[in-house]
Write a protein that binds this ligand. Structure first.
Ligand code: AMP
Length: 548
């Protein structure tokens, strides 16, 4: 027997319809590429999203066609989130930090029909325009007055404000199957070509519901959210959808991601919650520290994308009274999988105990099931000290990659359930807290035993002279691999190899101690701000470890 409740598909457009009707007056503030601070409301943004949907129809964009963006976090990008997906097309957020050749590959693979770009990326657009064969129109996200003269070299160039203004505000969002594709994001992929993850309306709306929960990102109508995590990386962790759902004020930093610009915005707009990768917070904390500032309204920040160094969580908490919520996710998981929110029994933990728990990536939020399996695919019980590969499943976890119909990335267990193998090596404790020790490709295998490079990096990062640290496997004649610590010092700070190695004493098992330390000026970062350890491994492939 069927239930007798209304059948309403979970569509992206329903979020902006809700926002317009129920918290239309709420503000959306954006620092623009044009240089000013722009203010709008959900009501205006909803109306402009409808105009945009009409404009896309006028450009001949069909349902299911891909519409790409090369854009910062801002209100126009948010209009595209709703205008493109809401009208039945697929929003394809391109990462502007990729090399032009990679962008060309991705745009061609996705067969993008229209590409919207912020003016910052005009040179990039000029470099790819001749090669992205499917793109029929290039749209500069500005008005005519701000269009630079050299934009004329882009073929079929349109101006965002002109096409939006020319279109009618009257538009009825179409209704269709909630499993229809709404968004596309390519994985950063350290090896091979990037792969596309095609989100559906249903998966993104369910993800937004779950992301807003108190033990997840905990967003409400009283919050002022500043997503530093880019809207081109897994939908800014879903925050634009969450904010439309909950009625939070949104503050978009645009292109200005330096410590001063961010801090100014946190203070002037009374931001309560932020979210980003650890590397972003390093710049902000350095600025706040150097200028003896603090945070008046910010109470929480979500840190994920790579492991949050415990030293960073401590500085935020102890010095600035900002609680860090450590979170884990992937492009393939929309992205939210776990958050490290405490349980009631943790109320009695002392400070050290709380910070120790915060180094873990956290518990699965409802909608994501997870388990850790050994090399034979057998599940390791919660509480096992042995680490293994993390597998996940759920309605916002990838089934297969875009256009790879034949290849099945999933594994099937004895019960017939399909799981997505994350490539992360982890443990899950008795309370259900998952802890990533490594990416499987980054694991250091010494004499058959795994050494967790993330733990070794976290310890180095706690040293006051260390700005950034990566631990990689270096070839060893006896043990196959041994840990090599690669360190970037803080400007003006001094530390020697011996001092750093001594810093590890008593903190890890003896056989985990790095065999050597090398100091470098910079560690290569990927397009999403993660350390590219594969590049370091290449760089230090022939490195001769000292023989003791
Ligand atoms: P991406 O799809 O580019 O977002 O990368 C996903 C990968 O980032 C995951 O598989 C993890 O290896 C890594 N990652 C994300 N969040 C965390 C975290 N909190 N701690 C450690 N690694 C993380």
């Amino acid at each position: 027997m069927n239930g007798q409740m209304m059948q309403m598909p979970l569509l992206i457009s329903s979020l902006i319809v809700h926002a317009e009707r129920h918290h239309g007056e709420q503000e959306i503030v954006s620092r623009r590429v044009e240089g000013d601070l722009h203010r709008t409301t959900y009501r205006e943004l909803a109306a402009r999203s409808r105009r945009l949907a009409n404009a896309l129809a006028a450009l001949g964009v069909q349902a299911g066609e891909r519409v790409a963006t090369l854009a910062w976090n801002g209100y126009r990008h948010m209009e595209l989130y709703f205008g493109v997906s809401g009208s039945g097309a697929v929003l394809h957020t391109l990462n502007p930090r990729l090399h032009p050749e990679q962008l060309v590959y991705i745009a061609n693979h996705a067969e993008d029909a229209v590409l919207f770009f912020d003016l910052t990326f005009l040179p990039l657009v000029a470099a790819v325009a001749g090669h992205a064969k499917s793109v029929r129109h290039w749209v500069a996200m500005t008005d005519r007055a701000h269009l630079p003269a050299d934009a004329a070299k882009i073929p079929n160039l349109l101006v965002y404000e002109e096409i939006v203004e020319a279109a009618s505000e009257r538009y009825v969002w179409p209704s269709f199957d909630e499993n229809t594709a709404c968004g596309l994001c390519y994985t950063s992929g350290t090896t091979g070509n990037p792969k596309g993850v095609l989100y559906s309306h249903r998966s993104n709306v369910l993800h937004a519901y779950a992301a807003a929960l108190p033990d997840a990102l905990d967003c409400s109508a009283r919050d002022v959210i500043l997503p530093v995590v880019p809207m081109f990386h897994v939908n800014a962790w879903g925050l634009p959808y969450v904010a439309a759902m909950t009625g939070s004020k949104l503050v978009f930093p645009g292109p200005a991601l330096d410590g001063k610009s961010l801090h100014d915005l946190f203070e002037s707009e009374k931001v309560t919650v932020s979210a980003g990768v650890p590397t972003v917070w390093q710049g902000l904390l350095a600025y706040v520290e150097a200028n003896k500032l603090g945070f008046t309204t910010m109470r929480r920040t979500v840190i994920g994308g790579s492991a949050c160094p415990p030293a960073m969580a401590r500085v935020f908490g102890e010095k600035y009274d900002v609680h860090v919520l450590h979170a884990w996710g992937m492009t393939e998981t929309s992205p939210l999988g776990t958050t490290c929110a405490f349980k009631s029994q943790h109320a009695s933990l002392d400070k050290e105990g709380r910070y120790a728990l915060m180094t873990k990536q956290g518990r699965a939020i409802y909608g994501v099931d997870m388990k850790v399996v050994d090399a034979d695919g057998h599940e390791l019980p919660f509480g096992s000290e042995q680490s293994g590969e993390l597998l996940v499943r759920g309605p916002w976890v990838l089934q297969r990659y875009f256009k790879e119909e034949a290849a099945n990335p999933l594994v099937t267990d004895a019960a017939g359930h399909q799981w997505f193998p994350t490539g992360d090596v982890a443990t899950i404790d008795a309370d259900g807290y998952m802890h990533i020790t490594d990416r499987s490709k980054d694991v250091i295998k010494s004499g058959g035993e795994w050494i967790g490079s993330i733990d070794l990096e976290n310890i180095a990062m706690a040293h006051p002279a260390v700005a950034m640290a990566a631990c990689i496997a270096a070839a060893h004649p006896k043990w196959d691999e041994r840990p090599l610590l690669v360190v970037v010092k803080k400007p003006g700070a001094e530390v020697t190899r011996e001092e750093l190695l001594a810093f590890y004493e008593g903190k890890v098992a003896k056989f985990w101690l790095p065999d050597d330390v090398v100091f470098v000026d910079a560690i290569p970062l990927g397009a999403t701000g993660k350390m590219q350890k594969n590049k370091l491994r290449e760089q230090f492939r022939d490195y001769k470890l000292p023989t003791a």
